[in-house]
Design a protein around this ligand. Structure first.
Ligand SMILES: NC(=O)c1ccc[n+]([C@@H]2O[C@H](COP(=O)([O-])OP(=O)(O)OC[C@H]3O[C@@H](n4cnc5c(N)ncnc54)[C@H](O)[C@@H]3O)[C@@H](O)[C@H]2O)c1
Ligand SMILES: O=P(O)(O)OC[C@H](O)CO
Length: 524
């Protein structure tokens, strides 16, 4: 029977029956009766085995709709959650309508994507396991992007209490901040005395220094203690300028849950001598956890104002964390990343796969695309900052879109060349063409982001870009300056300078060795 023909009467029936079933069963019912399901038989000729029951849970749910007192109904695996009024009345908030439409099945090892939506296992994993624990989330970093990501993640944690703990920790690099008289939070009894940024965040729910004017969710908790902020968290989101990540990892190494999983929102690379490492891999190695990467055409202030944009998350679910459609582990202790042995995510936690990452980061104003190309996503995000500086210089010099387009095109060529040369066989070219992390980020970064803006001002004011960073950004950091220096030094160590004229030219302009008008002749 095709569920699309079940129609309104059955929808009412499902709503009524869902009161006596678990919330997950309710989700299944609503999914089925809203006509998105496959063809389903409504009865069985003989009772199936228990495992078949679990595998075919949604079929049985359909059977349960038609015969709620049948033996199949008695055998349905139950979720620990009892249906609430909200489950009954608001099926649209169920996992079917929000999660499954966006997320895809965890990819196999060789970077494939756009795989079918994982509906079966989503049900099984929600019902076979009890998920006594919920994921505790910590955001490490509270700058312009750090606070914006913390805001959207906290909104999702409040909306999905079945998967995440409501309160989200945000580690704040503590500093004293003075509220100006015209601030709406100005308190005459305190006057212009400096106050701790964490105090301001937890009192007024606004990051007055790095994200002024944006109300933050009250379940976002600012914490000045790094060790305390990461305690017992199963999800760590790294979001601070890349130059600080080494120090952060050293401080938290012995204090994180061994099964924690990370996402790095940092755009940068780690370079030592002639070695280059992606930030997410640096984190993975330093902490012995698995860490993916989030990157895209994302201007923090726009997203904080809930203006729509897209992003890309690269996550290659470790074998030790993969679960089959019945929610059982499929890995055997191996790891698909690097060579280390990872501590598996305990089974009493909801899985951490593409679906859950998508659930954690997707907002109506923030569309997430899940992929597994860690290298492509990370390098695109880090290296475009060099090209953005080049574009700002070109524009500051008085050249316009045509010159900038030439720089962007050549810059993208160099990014892809760099990825192929130093991370051979590890990128998917379509990341650069199809994903927000690729050309999308290149365009926004070269037309409206901070690296572009400061380098443009540097030429216009005839000042070093570092000076402009200090005077214009109120403590925010440009990643492009240090990335240019690190990448140039790496290229010199490899004797590869000639193949990367854009990257090398930017370093020479930052150091005031050459002028912008000399750029074209470097390309010959
Ligand atoms: N801002 C954006 O629009 C945006 C968008 C996408 C990605 N990113 C990336 O996100 C990452 C974080 O950038 P951001 O915009 O949140 O930061 P930011 O530049 O706004 O702020 C700098 C942060 O560094 C902190 N800090 C200063 N000294 C420190 C120290 N010694 N140790 C630790 N922290 C210290 C400050 O407290 C502040 O939180 C960067 O890699 C950036 O490229 C930024
Ligand atoms: O403001 P920037 O230059 O750090 O860039 C911000 C984002 O990376 C743009 O996607």
């Amino acid at each position: 029977m095709n569920c699309s023909r079940l129609g309104q009467p059955l929808l009412h029936q499902a709503r009524y029956r869902s009161r006596i079933l678990s919330s997950d069963a309710a989700s299944v019912f609503h999914y089925l009766v809203q006509g998105q399901g496959p063809k389903l038989p409504l009865s069985f000729s003989s009772p199936p085995t228990h495992s078949a029951l679990r595998r075919r849970f949604y079929v049985q749910s359909s059977a349960a709709i038609s015969k709620p007192t049948s033996p199949f109904h008695q055998q349905l695996p139950r979720s620990p959650q009892i249906a609430t009024r909200a489950d009954v009345l608001e099926p649209a908030s169920s996992l079917w309508s929000t999660r499954s439409s966006r997320a895809s099945l965890a990819p196999p090892l060789n970077n494939t994507r756009h795989l079918p939506v994982r509906r079966y296992s989503q049900v099984a994993k929600m019902t076979v396991n009890n998920f006594i624990k919920k994921h505790k989330v910590t955001v490490i970093g509270s700058g312009n992007w750090g606070t914006t990501v913390a805001k959207l993640v906290a909104e999702n944690c409040a909306e999905h209490p079945d998967t995440f703990e409501k309160d989200v920790q945000m580690w704040v690099y503590e500093e004293n901040v003075t509220l100006p008289k015209d601030s709406k939070h100005f308190d005459a009894s305190i006057g212009e005395q400096p106050q701790k940024l964490t105090h301001i965040l937890n009192t007024y729910h606004e990051n007055v220094k790095y994200l002024p004017g944006i109300p933050l969710p009250h379940n976002l908790v600012a914490n000045p203690s790094l060790v305390d902020a990461v305690k017992d968290s199963s999800i760590l989101i790294f979001n601070l300028p890349h130059e600080f990540i080494g120090n952060i990892c050293r401080q938290i190494k012995d204090h994180i849950a061994p099964y924690a999983r990370g996402i790095s929102c940092i755009k940068g690379v780690s370079v030592t001598d002639d070695k280059i490492e992606l930030i997410c891999n640096y984190v993975s190695d330093a902490l012995n956890i698995y860490c993916g990467a989030l990157s895209g055409a994302n201007i923090a202030s726009e997203i904080a104002n809930e203006q729509w944009c897209e992003t890309t998350i690269a996550y290659n679910t470790p074998l030790v964390d993969r679960r089959d459609e019945n929610g059982r582990p499929v890995g055997n202790g191996e790891s698909n990343d690097h060579t280390k042995q990872l501590t598996p995510l305990p089974l009493d936690y909801p899985p951490l796969d593409h679906d859950e990452w998508s659930l954690l980061f997707s907002r109506p104003y923030f569309t997430v695309s899940m992929v597994s190309d860690i290298v492509g996503v990370s390098l695109a995000g880090a290296l475009k900052n060099i090209v953005a500086i080049a574009c700002g210089y070109v524009e500051g010099h008085g050249w316009n879109m045509t010159a900038k387009t030439a720089v962007m095109r050549r810059g993208m060529q160099e990014i892809i060349r760099f990825a192929n040369e130093f991370f051979p066989g590890q990128i998917e070219p379509r990341t650069f063409w199809e994903e927000s992390a690729g050309w999308g980020d290149m365009i926004v970064s070269c037309t409206s982001a901070r690296n572009w803006r400061c380098s443009k001002l540097a030429v216009e004011r005839n000042l070093p870009i570092e000076e402009v960073e200090k005077t214009e950004l109120n403590g925010q950091k440009l990643q492009g300056i240090s990335t240019t220096r690190e990448v140039s030094s790496f290229l010199r160590a490899k004797g590869a300078e000639e193949r990367y004229p854009v990257f090398m030219a930017v370093e020479r302009i930052i150091d005031q060795e050459i002028k912008v008008e000399e750029i074209p002749k470097l390309f010959k």
